[in-house]
Every structure is written in structure tokens, then in C-alpha cells.
Design a protein around this ligand. Sequence first.
Ligand code: AMP
Length: 283
Amino acid sequence: MEVATDLEAWRAAASAARAAGRTVGLVPTMGALHAGHDSLVRAAQRAGDFVVLTVFVNPRQFNDPADLRAYPRDAAADRARAAALGVDLLVEPPLSQMWPADPAPTATTVHVAGLTDGLEGAGRPGHFDGVASVVTKLLVVTGPGRAYFGEKDFQQLAMVRQMVADLGFAVAIEACPIVREPDGLALSSRNVRLSAAARPRALGLSRALAAAAGAPAPASALRARMRAVLEESGVEVAYAEVVDPRTLRPSDDTESGLRRALVAARVDGVRLIDNGPVLITEA
Ligand code: AMP
């Protein structure tokens, strides 16, 4: 496995892979790698890609400085995991090259309107501008033919698809299913911050989604069902929504069909998100 800690070395390695006739597959992450990230790498390997895994905790997507400080980081473990997975190029981009402060400070922001207004966007101002800006730079420097994103971050995936279509990036966006613990908890780098007491409460999110998926009902009834499960679990609910999976617009009770349920909650100070498919019926 090659490791690039410099932007030009990273660009050169990806470019050499393309020159050798390989399709480059980009897997962007913030590190603290877990089996969810592994699944993205494996999808890229199945496609035959030259796999470029980036590990960058992007400060621009954190609206809360305390959350950024507390975000788990383990570069040594990430390197070992990436090597064991058979990643071709591990990139650890330096902050000074991603978002330079000097001599030409970063002045560019990528903003995707509409899709980013609700859900995570409503509770985390600036978050999606930070994500759109970093994903743009990762795509521009890497030049991948395919890029892999988890459905775990459903709104992020929708935003990236929109952005790539709007800006004409020559990259296929590949969506990967959510990887869960055996008890249903969606894997997340933030899970390591859950105390033993909070861990069972965190199951409220996947239970709420399972309850919503269990029996079709009008959108408002599914929202209420999810909220009840979340509240019973003792988590602090941020939202429990049912939306159109493409536009992310909240569904109303005149609609029916396949929709996406999304939940966010704080568990012992740790903010968790999850989502899954649901069927809604007309009221
Ligand atoms: P992160 O490091 O949390 O920014 O995530 C990097 C990528 O891994 C994103 O595309 C996530 O959606 C994806 N990812 C994170 N957790 C999971 C999971 N449990 N299952 C599938 N993909 C995931």
C-alpha cells in the first residue's frame, strides 16, 4: 500500500494508476475506520478499481468545535486497517494543503441548495457546505471514475449526486448499504464515544426505523411511531422524518409508496443518525 501525505504525491499516484489503464475508485472517510468503511473499500475492489482511501477529519464540516475536538482519531490503526484491506493508495491530506491559510487563504465554498436545507442541514448550519467543498476537492485531486458513499449518510449521498450532476464531474457515485452491529446499531466512528450505559439507549434509532418499516401507514403516523420509540428509549430526538428519497421533501398524508425514514438523536451527548426504507399509505 502506498501512503500519500502530500497533495502532489496523491495527485501523481492517482494519475499514474489512470495512465496504467486502471479506473480509480475513491473512498472518502474521516478515519476511525470500521466495518462500514471496509464495505465501501470492498465494493471498490469488487469493481476492479485502484482504491484510493482518504482519511481527513474536515474541520469545515463541523459546526460545533467541541464535536470536532472529540471526533475519534487513530492514524496508526487506520493505516493498519487500510493495509490489511488491500487499499492501493491511502491518502492523509494535510490540513495546510486542503484548506490553506497562507499565502492564499481558502475562499471557495461549494453550496448545494435545496437538498441541504432540512434534516442534518437544519440542525448543523454550514455542515453540508463543508462536505460539498471537501468532496469537490477530493474528486478534483483524485480524478476517480467511481466514488463510494454509504447510505448511512443518506442526505449527504443525495447532495453529492446532485452536485456531481450539476457540476459535470465524470464520476459514477456508488451507494453502499448501511452496515450494522448484530443488534441493529448502525456502525459509526462516533459509537466509540458511547458509554456502556448509553449504548443500549442508542438502539432506539434502529428500533424506531424497524417500527416504521414494520407496517405501512400514513407518513404522519410513521413519524409519531418513530418519535414514540425514540422517546421511550431515552434519547434526545433531533428529528424523525419521512421523506421522498430523491428530493428529501417531507411526505404528506395524501401520498403513498416507498419513502425514506430518517432519524437523528443525541445519546449521552453523542449525536447519531440512521435511516431506512418505509412504505407509506394514503390517510
Ligand atoms: P465518515 O468517516 O463517517 O465520514 O464516513 C465515510 C463514508 O463511510 C461515508 O460515505 C459514510 O456514509 C460511510 N459509512 C459510515 N458508516 C457507515 C455504515 N455503518 N455503513 C455503510 N457506510 C458507512
